[in-house]
Design a protein around this ligand. Structure first.
Ligand code: DAH
Length: 345
C-alpha cells in the first residue's frame, strides 16, 4: 500500500471512530485543515521538479477526494444516527387504542320523570317545581296534619335551622301551586266567574329517615292535582289508569283503588296494579296514594270547598322505575355504579 492509500485508510479509520460531530470535525482538521496532512502534501508539491509535479498532484487530489467522500459519508451516518435516536426517544405507540369520549346517558330515574311529565302533559297537565327545603306549614299543617297529628310519625325527616325541614313528600306542591293559581285568577274569582281548573303534576326529590333495599333517605315522588267545579273521582281514575297504561306500554293489567287513609284526602285510596303477563304477573303492586282533596286543604288553597272539589295522587317515582326496568334494589339507583347505569343509555 503506498503512503497515499495508507493516509486515506487512516482517515477512514479516524472518521469511523468519531462518534460525535465535533470529534469528526477535529479529525477532518487533521487531514484537510490548514496544517492538515493532505494540505501539507499539496504544499510540498512546490518543491518537486515539474515533470513529477503533475502525476503527484493528481495522486494527492484523488486521495483528497477519497478523504472528502469518507467525511461526507460519516457526517451523514452521524446525522442519521442522531435522527434515529431522537425518533426512538419520542416514539408514540400508535397501536394503543385511542381514548374516546364516552357517551353519557340519562339516569333511569330522570328518564322516568321525563316520561311521566310527557304523559301527563299530553293529558293537559302543567308541570310544577318547588323547594326541597320546606316550611312546616306547606309540608304538614296546610295539608291537614297539625303538629300533634299521629300521621307525622310516619314522616320523620331532616330538620333545618329555623323550623324548616326537608320535604317528606311532594304534597306541599298542592298548596304552593294552588295558591299561585288562585292568585293569578283572583279577578275571575272575585267576579264570581269560573276559574280554569288546576291541573298539575309536581315531580321531585323527597326525604325521610328511612334506609333499606326499598327505601332511601332521598327518593322521588310525583304529585298530581286536579281541582275544579266539576271534577269527580272518575276523572282521577281515568287519568291514572291512562297514565299507567301509557307508562308501562300495556293495557294488560288490572288496577284497583283500595280504601286507605291520608290526612289531606277524604275519601282516600291506595292505587294498586297487577300485570296479567310478564315477570311481575299476578302480584298486586302498590303504586300510589290518592283521594279527594280534604275540604280543609281546599280552604288552605284559598278556595271555597262548597264550590271547588279536587282530586290528588302521590306516586313513588323510584318504585315505578324499578317496576318498569325490573330492578329489585333501590340502592342501585344511588350508588353511581356505571356498570349498572350504562345499561339504561
Ligand atoms: N303524600 C303521600 C305520601 O307521601 C302520598 C299521597 C297520598 C299523595 C294521597 C296524595 C294523595 O296527593 O292524595 O305518603
Amino acid at each position: 500500500m503506498n503512503e497515499l492509500d495508507q493516509l486515506v485508510a487512516e482517515a477512514r479509520a479516524e472518521f469511523g471512530q468519531a462518534d460525535a460531530p465535533a470529534d469528526l470535525e477535529n479529525a477532518k482538521a487533521r487531514y484537510l485543515g490548514k496544517a492538515g496532512r493532505l494540505t501539507e502534501l499539496l504544499k510540498g508539491l512546490a518543491q518537486l521538479p515539474p515533470d513529477e509535479k503533475k502525476a503527484r498532484g493528481a495522486a494527492i487530489n484523488v486521495a483528497k477526494q477519497q478523504v472528502e467522500a469518507a467525511l461526507t459519508e460519516r457526517r451523514q451516518a452521524l446525522a442519521d444516527a442522531e435522527l434515529e435516536q431522537q425518533l426512538k426517544a419520542e416514539a408514540l405507540d400508535v397501536s394503543l387504542p385511542g381514548r374516546k369520549r364516552g357517551n353519557a346517558g340519562l339516569h333511569p330515574v330522570t328518564r322516568t320523570m321525563e316520561r311521566i311529565e310527557a304523559i301527563f302533559a299530553s293529558m293537559g297537565f302543567d308541570v310544577a317545581d318547588g323547594p326541597e327545603i320546606e316550611a312546616d306549614w306547606f309540608n304538614f299543617t296546610a295539608l291537614n296534619t297539625p303538629a300533634d297529628h299521629p300521621a307525622r310519625s310516619m314522616h320523620d325527616t331532616f330538620y333545618v335551622e329555623g323550623g324548616h325541614l326537608l320535604r317528606t313528600h311532594t304534597s306541599p306542591m298542592q298548596i304552593r301551586h294552588a295558591v299561585q293559581h288562585v292568585k293569578k285568577h283572583r279577578a275571575l274569582l272575585d267576579a264570581g266567574q269560573p276559574m280554569p281548573d288546576i291541573r298539575v303534576i309536581a315531580p321531585g326529590r323527597t326525604y325521610r329517615v328511612d334506609s333499606d333495599a326499598t327505601h332511601s333517605p332521598m327518593f322521588h315522588q310525583v304529585e298530581g292535582l286536579w281541582v275544579g267545579e266539576n271534577v269527580s273521582f272518575k276523572d282521577l281514575k281515568s287519568v291514572y289508569v291512562s297514565f299507567l297504561r301509557a307508562f308501562f306500554e300495556t293495557d294488560d293489567m288490572q288496577i284497583r283503588f283500595r280504601p286507605s287513609y291520608f290526612p289531606f284526602t277524604e275519601p282516600s285510596a291506595e292505587i294498586d296494579m297487577m300485570f296479567n303477563s310478564g315477570p311481575l304477573k299476578g302480584r298486586w303492586l302498590e303504586v300510589s296514594g290518592s283521594g279527594q282533596v280534604h275540604p280543609q286543604v281546599i280552604r288552605n288553597m284559598g278556595l271555597d270547598p262548597e264550590r271547588y272539589i279536587g282530586f290528588a295522587f302521590g306516586s313513588g317515582i323510584d318504585r315505578l322505575t324499578m317496576l318498569r326496568y325490573g330492578v329489585n334494589d333501590l340502592r342501585l339507583f344511588f350508588d353511581g355504579d356505571l356498570r349498572f347505569l350504562s345499561q339504561f343509555k
